[in-house]
Structure formats: structure tokens, C-alpha cells
Design a protein around this ligand. Structure first.
Ligand SMILES: Cc1cc2nc3c(=O)[nH]c(=O)nc-3n(C[C@H](O)[C@H](O)[C@H](O)COP(=O)(O)OP(=O)(O)OC[C@H]3O[C@@H](n4cnc5c(N)ncnc54)[C@H](O)[C@@H]3O)c2cc1C
Length: 587
């Protein structure tokens, strides 16, 4: 397979990783964070520990004045201006820095939600689609926390199907304003934000984004009573002929979908790093408890089934970090190869990684769900109690599979974008070629060379399955969601496995003392993924065979999924022991 670098010109919607190999030295890993990036993270971490955590109970009681006060303090530490261009009072930093800060803020998902909604979906539409005049008017005030931002896309009858929005925008007779009428739902910061990016249809069908100040007439509903994120304001917005000046159209009339969907790519990839913050926290709480809690005369961390949970959390923490920082690094390098100040180019660049952004969103949110669930289990009955931390973490984590596009929608995006961007690869011919190609002979120098060889086959499997499905179903493939989801899972695993291997190899190459632990983790993850991939591939093959009566695919797929496996039980014990020794997530 061709060796490409992250600087490979961006084209299509992503998924280039399926036809290239991630060389460890080219992949950005968390260990590569610069001193400056770490310093921003440290500032954010200290802010959370000193200013936010001591008062969170008040946030859980909906003290939004306090949320605003904290956001203001965050701005004094530059935490609201990271991604705003320097020309408008910002720092114009890279995505890696913003994500690393986001990780620290995410230690309280409620406040993290408020800050994240403000700096990301509340600010980035303006950064990337605003006119000079709009940016000059609003961005410095968003950077300073004088204005708090929010993003209002969802409506009572349109969520995933966002373009079916019913909110209307009608030009007034004098041509100076649009009058917005409709209802928005589930708006983060809805109770106190000052500036909203609101989507409405002009003339009944032209989906358009508007910058709407609260003072123009936006009315908030009551705070929703939610499963989690108790300290984050989520409300409906009522718009009754809200008069918005025509100068406040954001982007082009009828092009609101570009504003709505492009910023989600940023959110999805950054959510990956935030989710891993939750995985690490769940593990840290769980191992502390497991070392203290005694049953049957010993600490419960000595039981194999508890070790299995601790190891599972450590594995997910490592792999998820490997995936998200790999994507963040690739996107940042591609952006820096152009011009970070060129908004349309930046958007096009990240769109070139939209498959990877969806992959990160799905994988990390499901890893977090697993970690908080098993973390809670480690606490037994105490896990179910509000007096212990996992109960809130369990509730707070649930949203991550729902927003930024549900996991169902993101799963469908993975194959559909690949089919759209690389039709020349994902077809019958591409599938045949993928089934025929022998994986490259790899030098056995790395302790992970077997895993490397397997991931090369996983990529061929991804191409073979998607190409065969496309050939079998043609235009009706989009209606075969169950098949597409299984294929998406194979593709997602290919990315996860390769990212884990590359990170472990990079750590080994740099002489990192934790490299053998990282190698164990990458090997365990590959081993476990091989079972999931085999199950998914068999289901796809059976569905395709029933349709085409072609048995050639089954034989080829069998070769691609075969995997000798390792003694994963012993490896997981070693990983758990490292966690127990460290008393925390050890990487
Ligand atoms: C705490 C919280 C904060 C939020 N913050 C914001 C915000 O700040 N701004 C904003 O605009 N929105 C926000 N949302 C809304 C969120 O983005 C939506 O809830 C989400 O997009 C899903 O839409 P929905 O709730 O209408 O579900 P629906 O779209 O009705 O989906 C219901 C189920 O059907 C599935 N489904 C739908 N379509 C398909 C399909 N084509 N194929 C397969 N399955 C499908 C979904 O995956 C889901 O499982 C927030 C929601 C919550 C709960």
C-alpha cells in the first residue's frame, strides 16, 4: 500500500486512511503535545479545580448568573478566545490546543457543555461564515465573555432531519429585516445566551442561518428537566416575529445547511478528546474505590473480573486518545499547509476529514458509555448512589451518543461519504481487487507487526464489503441501514486499531517507559476488535449472499478476518495491574 503523509492533499470527505498506512512518526499522539499546548491545558485544569468544581452544586441548582460569572473568569484566562482569529480579539490557535483545553474543562460535563457550546457551536459559525463587519461586531465580545453564544438548529419536529425545520423568515415590506417565527428545542445555553445562530427558512424553502440577539425578541422556555447535565441550561426558544436586520444573515440565503453541518465536524472531533477525559475519570474513580473496597477478605481490585473492567477502561482511554489526536493532528497539519485565516479553506479542509470526525464521535461516545457503565459496576450498590461520583458520570455521559448528530446518523455518514467521495474505489471492481490483494509482507521488527498485518487486511475488508454492498444494492443501498452500520463498524475498527498501533509504536520509538504497556493495550484492542469485525463481516456477507447468490465474497472475507489472537486474558491482567500500581489511568 502507498505510504502517504498527513500533508496529502485533501480531497473528498475523508477516509484516505483506508488506502494508506499510518507511519508512527507521522501520526500526532497525545505525547507530542507542546509545552505551550500543555500550558493552556494546565491553565484550564487549574481554573476548573479552583473556580468551578467548588461551586458546581450551585450550577446544578441552575444558578446561571454564576455560570456567566465563571465564563467571564474563563475569558480572563483566554479560554474563550482560543479559536477566534487574532484580528478579532482571539488567539487563532490550532484544534489540538482547543481540544486539549476542552479535555480539562470536560471534567465537569455540565460547565463543559456551557463553555463548549459557547466557544464551539456558539462562536464558530460566525468565525467561518461571518462578514468582516459581523465578525468585528460580535467576535471580540464573544471572546471576552460579554456575550454568550448559542446555536439553535433543532426544532420539536426536526432533529436529525434538520433541514425539515419549520421556523420561517419573512422579509419585511421595507426590505430591512427578516421576521423569524417558530420554535427551537434543546438549545444549550438557551436560558441565558445573548447571541444565537438560528436557522430558519426564507420564502418557505431557503434554509438560512441568522445571527439573532436576545434583545431582538428571543424568548426562552423553562429549563428542561434532563437525565444529566443538570448544571447546563437547555431550553426551547420561542420566536414570534423576531425582527432581525438583513445584515444579520449569516452566510448566504439558502445555504444554511453549510453553516449548520460544517461546524459539526469541529464538534465531533473535539468531542472525542472530551469523551476520553470522561473515560480516564471513570477509571480513576473506579481504581481508587476498587483498592479500598474489600470483599471476601481482599480488595476487590484483586478479582479477575474487576481487573477486566479496569483494563477495559484503560484500553478505551488509550485507543480513543490515539484516534482523536491522530485526527486532530492530521486536520491541523492540513489546515497549516494552507492558511488558518482563510475560513472557507479551513472548512473545506476539515470536510476532507468528515469521515474521521464521525468515526471519532461514534467510537469515543460508545467507549465512554462502556466506561461509565462498568465504572459504576465496580462501585456495586454505591455506584447507584448520588453520594458517589459514577452515578452523575453515568447520567452525564448519555448525551454524547445523541447530540452532534446521533450515532445512528454518524454511522450512516461513514459509508455514505466514502461512497460519494471515492466511487472509483467502492464498487464491484474495487471489491474484487481488495479481496485478491495479498497484504504487504511487514518487517517483524515491531512487536505489533502481526497487528499491523491484520489492520492492512481490515482495510481491504472495508473496501471489499462496501464495494460489494454498493454493487449488490446500487442506489437502494442507502435503505439497507443494517448492512451499512455493520460495514461502518468494520471501518471504524480499522481506524481505531491502526491508531492504537501507531501510538504504541511511536511511544516505543521514542523510548517512552510506558511503551510495553501501550503495546499490550494495542494488542488487546486488536484482538478484541478481530472478534467484533468478524461478526459484523459475517452478517454483511450473509445479507449480500442472500441477494446475489455469489459465494466468492465469503471465502475472501474469511481470509481477511482470520486472526490468530493473543492471550488477551493475561494481557488484560497486566494492564489492570499497571492501573492498580499507578492508582490511576497510567498513560
Ligand atoms: C442536552 C441536549 C443539548 C442539546 N443542545 C443542542 C443545541 O445546542 N442546539 C441544537 O440545535 N440542538 C441541540 N440538541 C438537540 C440534539 O442535537 C438532537 O436531540 C439530536 O440531533 C437528535 O434529534 P432528535 O432529538 O429530534 O431525535 P430524532 O431525530 O427524532 O431521532 C430519534 C431516533 O431516531 C433515529 N433516527 C433519526 N433519523 C434517522 C435515520 N435517518 N436513520 C436511522 N435512525 C434515525 C435517531 O438516531 C434517534 O435514535 C441538544 C439535545 C440535548 C438532549
Amino acid at each position: 500500500m502507498a505510504q502517504t503523509t498527513a500533508q496529502t492533499p485533501v480531497s473528498g470527505s475523508g477516509g484516505q486512511f483506508l488506502t494508506s498506512t499510518a507511519a508512527p512518526l507521522e501520526v500526532f499522539v497525545r505525547e507530542d503535545l507542546s509545552d505551550e499546548q500543555r500550558l493552556f491545558g494546565q491553565t484550564a485544569s487549574e481554573f476548573m479545580h479552583k473556580e468551578v468544581l467548588p461551586v458546581v452544586e450551585k450550577l446544578y441548582q441552575h444558578d446561571w448568573a454564576l455560570t456567566r460569572e465563571l465564563l467571564k473568569k474563563a475569558s480572563e484566562l483566554d479560554l474563550l478566545r482560543l479559536e477566534i482569529p487574532p484580528a478579532y480579539g482571539g488567539l487563532g490557535l490550532d484544534l489540538i490546543s482547543a481540544s486539549y483545553v476542552g479535555e480539562q474543562i470536560a471534567i465537569n460535563p455540565s460547565f463543559g457543555g456551557s463553555l463548549g457550546a459557547h466557544t464551539s457551536i456558539g462562536t464558530l459559525p460566525l468565525v467561518y461564515f461571518g462578514t468582516e463587519e459581523q465578525k468585528a461586531r460580535y467576535l471580540p465580545r464573544l471572546a471576552s465573555g460579554e456575550l454568550i453564544g448559542a446555536y439553535a438548529l433543532t426544532e420539536p419536529s426536526s432533529g436529525s432531519d434538520a433541514l425539515a425545520a419549520r421556523t420561517t423568515a419573512t422579509l419585511t415590506a421595507d426590505g430591512r429585516h427578516y421576521e423569524l417565527t417558530g420554535t427551537k428545542m434543546w438549545i444549550t445555553n438557551g436560558g441565558f445566551a445573548d447571541l444565537f445562530t438560528i436557522f430558519a427558512k426564507v420564502g418557505g424553502d431557503k434554509f438560512t442561518a441568522f445571527l439573532v440577539e436576545r434583545s431582538m425578541g428571543v424568548v426562552s422556555g423553562r429549563d428542561e428537566i434532563k437525565l444529566g447535565l443538570d448544571g447546563s441550561s437547555t431550553t426551547a426558544l420561542m420566536l414570534d416575529n423576531v425582527k432581525v436586520p438583513v445584515e444579520n444573515v449569516l452566510g448566504t440565503i439558502g445555504q444554511g445547511h453549510k453553516v449548520a453541518f460544517n461546524v459539526l465536524n469541529f464538534g465531533r472531533v473535539k468531542l472525542g478528546a472530551r469523551n476520553m477525559s470522561g473515560v480516564r475519570m471513570a477509571l480513576n474513580h473506579a481504581v481508587k474505590y476498587a483498592k479500598e473496597r474489600r470483599q471476601f477478605g481482599k480488595a476487590i481490585c484483586e478479582f479477575g473480573l474487576i481487573k477486566q473492567k479496569l483494563a477495559g477502561m484503560a484500553v478505551r482511554g488509550f485507543v480513543g486518545d490515539a484516534m482523536s489526536y491522530r485526527t486532530l493532528g492530521d486536520v491541523d497539519r492540513a489546515i497549516d499547509a494552507g492558511d488558518r485565516a482563510d475560513g472557507p479553506l479551513v472548512l473545506k479542509t476539515i470536510e476532507g476529514f468528515s469521515v474521521e470526525c464521525s468515526i471519532n464521535k461514534v467510537w469515543t461516545s460508545e467507549a465512554l458509555a462502556w466506561a461509565v457503565d462498568e465504572g459504576l459496576q465496580v462501585f456495586g450498590g454505591n455506584g447507584y448512589s448520588r453520594e458517589f461520583p459514577l452515578e452523575r458520570m453515568y447520567r452525564d455521559a448519555r448525551i454524547t451518543r445523541i447530540y452532534e448528530g446521533t450515532n445512528e446518523i454518524n454511522r450512516m455518514l461513514v459509508p455514505s461519504r466514502l461512497l460519494k467521495s471515492q466511487p472509483q474505489l467502492f464498487n464491484a471492481e474495487g471489491a474484487r481487487a481488495a479481496l485478491a490483494v495479498q497484504p504487504p509482507a511487514l518487517s517483524p521488527k515491531s512487536p505489533l507487526s502481526g497487528e499491523r498485518e491484520f489492520v492492512a487486511r481490515l482495510k481491504q475488508l472495508s473496501i471489499a464489503l462496501l464495494g460489494s454492498a454498493s454493487a449488490a444494492y446500487g442506489d437502494t443501498l442507502k435503505d439497507e441501514q443494517e448492512v451499512l452500520a455493520q460495514i461502518a463498524d468494520v471501518i471504524i475498527e480499522a481506524y481505531a486499531v491502526e491508531s492504537a498501533i501507531a501510538r504504541a509504536e511511536k511511544m516505543a520509538a521514542s523510548g517512552d517507559g510506558r511503551a510495553s504497556l501501550a503495546t499490550d493495550i494495542a494488542a488487546v484492542y486488536t484482538n478484541d476488535a478481530s472478534d467484533r469485525v468478524a461478526a459484523a463481516a459475517r452478517q454483511v456477507v450473509a445479507a449480500l449472499e442472500a441477494r446475489t447468490a455469489d459465494s466468492a465474497l465469503a471465502a475472501g472475507v474469511q481470509r481477511l478476518i482470520s486472526y490468530a489472537g493473543i492471550d488477551a486474558i493475561a494481557a488484560r491482567r497486566r494492564i489492570a495491574d499497571a492501573v492498580i500500581d499507578a492508582g490511576r489511568y497510567p498513560l
